[in-house]
Design a protein around this ligand. Sequence first.
Ligand SMILES: Cc1ncc(COP(=O)(O)O)c(C=O)c1O
Length: 332
Amino acid sequence: MGYTPTALIWKNGEWLDWRNATVHVLSHALHYGSSVFEGVRAYDTPHGPVVFRNADHIDRMYDSARMYGMDIPFAKDDICRICREVVSRNGLRSAYIRPFAYRVEGTFSLTPGADAPVEVSVAAIEWGEYLGSGAINDGIDVCLSSWRRLPGSAAPVLSKAGGHYLNAQLIAGEAQRNGYAEGIALDPLGNLSEGSSENIFVVHRGRIYTPPLSCSVLGGITRDTVIELARDSSLDIKEQPLPREMLHVADEIFLTGTAAEITPVRSVDRIPVGQGRPGEVTRHLQAKFFGLFSGETSDRWAWLDPVMPTTEHETAPNVDAATTPALAGEAG
Ligand SMILES: Cc1ncc(COP(=O)(O)O)c(C=O)c1O
């Protein structure tokens, strides 16, 4: 699954041509996984593009860095602003935005200080359905992974750190080799945890369940959104540890993530979930979620962060006009 390069990437204070946004081969992050990142989506709405839960993502990125003792050398507000600008400067209406912070070159020491400083970049691409075309409407087939999530005693799993995604690659890779769209991993104690890059929800006898943060899950922003939307609809929703058998008695299962949005699961290990097609609760939550962007769900949480038209950046402070090439076909 490739992507089409866009025009500009923001790197450490400068807007660079996509091809020039590079790092040194001896970058610490490349050798030791010492990076933290976010995946953020921008959606097109009747009032123009918006970044979804921008500040919440950037808060999580700074928390991720803090868990690894990395100081991000920019203010959160600046990175939020760059996440809006990377959409408009690249002429995008909807986008997958990737802000990330990483240790660069300077030392092979595992515990670097100023000799391997932290840099920050923000890129954006157009990206459709993460788990395959039709996944959101039709649902996907998943398997139980033979890999478990990392225990919190071995790594701070709440940190969205680059190195943690070696475990995620094993989960997703095994599933895909065996013909599944995704793998579901257990936590080290054998409770349900999550997909390689999605949180999991199970509907059973009228109640929605999701594993708590103590089950080696990432504190997903879509997970939190779904919990809020379910409560807003007076649906019964509970965070609690879940045994793996819940996968087989569930009436509905769905996965959530910025990339995966709300993706129904239609089978686990070839055993149909419920009726083998997306269920009523999943459909309801999908409608509420996507309604935020069509305007059908009112944004009473102030989750939508409007992207300002590109022309306004030209007079915005902190932008170095000399390093900001003009874009053809800029979005208004
Ligand atoms: C391991 C993992 N779990 C869950 C999620 C879902 O989190 P979010 O909804 O914030 O994208 C992600 C994606 O960021 C992830 O990488």
